[in-house]
Design a protein around this ligand. Structure first.
Ligand code: ADP
Length: 467
């Protein structure tokens, strides 16, 4: 999965997680509210039971004939008053008393106004009474039910048995809250999670948009920087390339001059030798700069092939042996026996040995000792070049792999150099999948190490090779 895709998935997960949290919160509010309504309906049922005299049903016939009787009218007024209180205080929509006759339930009286669709005349049969009503009659225990739907709508109700002084059930008292009112009250309580959830989603979305905006901005800046770097590298590469042609010409002219027959004054031949030296140094600098720009441009070709590092290093030692002998230095070479071949680009790795060994020779006094080792270390092959030379000053160690760095303890030496060698080495080691480091003590010596993975370097297509 791309990193952008991973981010989007993470955003979605956070959003969904928050929404699930808000949903769980609102469900718990609903469960609490249901409990609250149950208590309200049951408590108020008790209250109504206490407020209605069980004897007030005695004069009634529980039929339509009750309608105009004073006992009914009185009871009806009382229920309407109770109903008003219940509605105002608790949004309980109806208070009513019922009589059970066999399997039939008839209404005795209710609190609804005449024009209210759920108002029932005395004696009217309740068509589809909930089972709870019969349960109340059976065991005398009050019940809460809901939501249930009957011909009047969907309700939450409480039922309880009203008993007279001798303990006979004279009526079943019912209190109703409509499902619509229940929902309205619940919505009010749910406003907090809904508002919070909406706010949270908005904050999260703005946050995600901000992150994306920042990422896009950083990418744009980075792309611009890369473009500038590339232009710079292209410029340097071009400039250095342009230097190569006149330099080659100069070198050729100096050589011709030096080897031309005829007598030359000592001054002149020294001047020609100096020009030759300077030209050689310049040529070296131009080559080093060319290689560095090639590596930096990322256009370098990496062509790994099975390589015996010990043979490669031995070749480089042989090549540089003359420089060491000039300074009466001894180079010892101690590769582990039976080293496996590793798949690396031999042209590149050769440059590493060459640079490290050249440095060891340059920065070690006449008569010094240099030791080259190659050893297997876990998943790597580690090569080291150790000398007992000048060492690197403590306060300069951090800068050793920087471009154009030359330590102050060697600047006074006549040894030439560009300060690009170790930078170059680090680039090559890293593109080859390895690591380079060193140990050094000023005045005692230095050991440079570099590792290469036994698994080999990854090949890379490109346009240029090292020169
Ligand atoms: P150059 O040798 O061309 O100056 P390098 O990048 O190869 O550049 O080395 C950078 C600097 O690190 C050197 O100028 C020198 O100060 C220090 N250095 C490198 N190798 C050694 C060494 N073996 N002993 C002491 N100093 C070293």
């Amino acid at each position: 999965m791309t990193s952008a895709k991973k981010r989007y998935v993470a955003y979605l997960a956070v959003l969904l997680g928050s929404l699930v949290g808000v949903f769980v919160w609102s469900r718990s509010i609903r469960a609490d509210f249901l409990e609250y309504v149950e208590h309200e309906l049951l408590d108020n049922n008790d209250f109504v039971l206490a407020a209605v005299d069980p004897e007030s049903y005695a004069p009634l016939s529980f039929s339509s004939q009750d309608v105009d009787g004073p006992a009914y009218l009185h009871l009806r007024q009382h229920f309407m008053d109770l109903g008003e209180v219940m509605w105002d205080e608790y949004k309980i929509k109806g208070v009513y008393a019922m009589k059970v006759r066999g399997a039939e339930v008839v209404f005795i009286v209710d609190s609804a106004r005449e024009d209210d669709p759920w108002h029932s005349e005395p004696g009217a049969v309740y068509q589809d009474p909930p089972q709870a009503l019969f349960d109340v009659l059976r065991d005398g225990q009050a019940r809460f039910v809901g939501p249930y739907t009957d011909e009047y709508g969907t309700y939450y109700s409480s039922f309880s048995a009203q008993k007279n002084l001798v303990g006979e059930t004279v009526a079943i008292m019912g209190l109703d809250m409509s499902a619509a009112d229940f929902q309205l009250l619940l919505n009010e309580r749910n406003r907090a999670p809904i508002e919070f959830g909406g706010g949270l989603a908005l904050v999260l979305l703005s946050f995600f948009v901000l992150i994306e905006y920042r990422i896009a901005l950083v990418r744009r800046i980075r792309a611009k920087e890369e473009e500038v770097d590339r232009l710079k590298a292209d410029f340097v590469s071009l400039a250095v390339h342009q230097l190569k042609t006149p330099l080659t010409g100069l070198k050729w002219s100096v050589e011709t001059l030096a080897s031309s027959p005829g007598p030359l004054s000592a001054d002149r031949s020294e001047a020609i030798r100096d020009i030759g030296e300077i030209t050689r140094g310049l040529n070296e600098l131009v080559n080093a700069l060319l290689n560095v720009t090639r590596l930096e441009s990322g256009r370098i070709i990496i062509e790994p092939k099975p390589t015996a590092l010990d043979k490669l290093a031995a070749g480089v030692i042989k090549e540089l042996q003359k420089n060491a002998l000039d300074k009466e230095q001894e180079i010892t070479f101690a590769p582990d026996a039976g080293l496996p071949e590793v798949s690396v680009d031999p042209l590149m790795i050769r440059e590493i040995y060459k640079n490290l060994l050249t440095n060891a020779i340059k920065y070690t006094r006449t008569g010094g000792r240099i030791e080259v080792r190659i050893a297997s270390r876990g998943a790597d092959i580690v090569s080291s070049v150790k000398d007992n030379g000048l060492g690197i000053p403590e306060d300069q160690k951090a800068r050793v792999f920087e471009k154009f760095f030359r330590a102050h303890n060697i600047v006074s030496l006549s040894e030439d150099g560009t300060g690009l060698g170790l930078y170059f080495v680090k680039q090559i080691v890293e593109v080859s999948g390895g690591r380079v480091w060193f140990e050094s003590e000023e005045g005692k010596g230095t050991t440079f190490y570099f590792s290469l993975p036994l698994a080999g370097s990854a090949p890379k297509e490109g346009e240029v090779r090292l020169s």
